[in-house]
Design a protein around this ligand. Structure first.
Ligand code: SF4
Length: 360
């Protein structure tokens, strides 16, 4: 099994087939669970969410939601409603916004400081829809979590998504375009059932919002798609992706979000998750990684360095643009000097709010 070297350490990272972890073992990576974990998760419903640490049902804040990208599950810069919300809770660093700043500080500014709304994209909304179906699938009794049940959940979830965000219908040229898009969502659900058997899973958590503050006072926040807990307390963190698995050269980048979650769960519960698992419905592959404490310590240092850069840019009122191939996906080209646009004045209240990431 190959390992990859990250920050000078060798960890176990596998695509296609996962190595066994004591007490938390896949028979085939991404396919089915060994009985020990299946039974354990059924009787240990919530080992990873002590009171006050996890905030299910809380609404996302400016730095929390996933950014739109070809693979992103949710299309979330601030919606007009969010932007108009008077009371805002403390800002936090999320994996998506950390990635934004590394990609382009101006992109980060538009999403996290200005909170400009962005048009929905078909890829991102499809991700949201499939995620919603998979989340609600686990509301059903285990025996009822069939592919047919999942397909039957698709229409009501699509109706709900349209009700919460009516502009999604504007993504489609016509009924045929919409029909093809819905067919793609259905085939992603079919793919899910080739990779996992949900009748044999009893997740401890789904769509879990987690927050934790580092010793440096920096607040982290993120959503975790699913958490499985074994009888011995070992934790597996699972994230669904509706895109395709990355080229091995980009695996490390793909795992950043999962390490971020592992760091938060470790800080909250004092135990490093045994396994991080990315389930790519786009091509039926699974990427697993078994993190070690040292890499999470290194990530913490990286995030502190990143926050220093973000706070420095905020204090200097200088979020410079940085072009890359990813500019093709950017909604803000009309406000970007690289594309002939003009940068609007920086909203001071946005900067003030951003700086609440680091407490006293
Ligand atoms: S178009 Fe590119 S350089 Fe300009 S803001 Fe967007 S990501 Fe940054």
């Amino acid at each position: 099994m190959p390992g990859v070297n990250v920050a000078g350490m060798t960890q176990t990272t596998t695509q296609h087939q996962a190595a066994p972890v004591p007490g938390l073992t896949d028979r085939d990576a991404g396919t089915t669970l060994e009985p020990a974990l299946r039974e354990a998760t059924a009787v240990v419903p919530d080992r990873v969410s002590p009171a006050g640490a996890v905030l299910p049902g809380a609404s996302p804040d400016v730095l929390t939601p996933d950014a739109p990208s070809p693979d992103a599950p949710t299309p979330d810069a601030a919606t007009p409603e969010e932007a108009a919300t008077p009371a805002r809770r403390r800002a936090a660093i999320s994996p998506s916004r950390a990635k934004d700043f590394r990609q382009c500080p101006l992109l980060f500014r538009y999403r996290a400081v200005d909170r400009l709304p962005e048009p929905p994209s078909q890829a991102a909304v499809k991700g949201s829809l499939v995620h919603a179906v998979l989340e609600h699938l686990f509301d059903l009794p285990a025996a009822g979590r069939t592919e047919q049940a999942a397909q039957e959940l698709l229409d009501p979830q699509w109706q709900e998504l349209q009700a919460s965000r009516p502009d999604v219908l504007g993504m489609f040229a016509g009924p045929e375009d919409l029909g093809a898009w819905l067919a793609e969502a259905r085939s992603l659900l079919t793919q899910y059932f080739r990779m996992e058997n949900p009748t044999r899973l009893e997740p401890a958590e789904r769509e879990m919002l987690v927050e934790t503050e580092l010793a440096s006072g920096i607040l982290l926040r993120g959503y975790v798609d699913r958490v499985d807990v074994a009888p011995n307390g070992m934790v597996r963190v699972v994230d669904y992706k509706t895109g395709r698995s990355p080229n091995p050269r980009f695996q490390d980048e793909a795992l950043f979000q999962m390490r971020f979650y592992a760091l938060m769960l470790w800080k909250l519960h004092g135990r490093v998750p045994a396994r991080l698992q990315l389930v790519y419905l786009g091509d039926g592959r699974t990427l697993t990684h078994d993190p070690v404490e040292e890499e999470l310590v290194a990530l913490e240092r990286d995030l502190e360095g990143l926050w220093e850069s973000i706070a420095g840019a905020a204090r200097a009122r200088d979020f410079t643009y940085r072009t890359s191939k990813l500019c093709s996906w950017c909604s803000f080209q009309s406000l970007c000097p690289a594309f002939g646009g003009e940068v609007p004045p920086l909203p001071p209240e946005g900067v003030e709010h951003l700086l609440t990431v680091q407490g006293a």
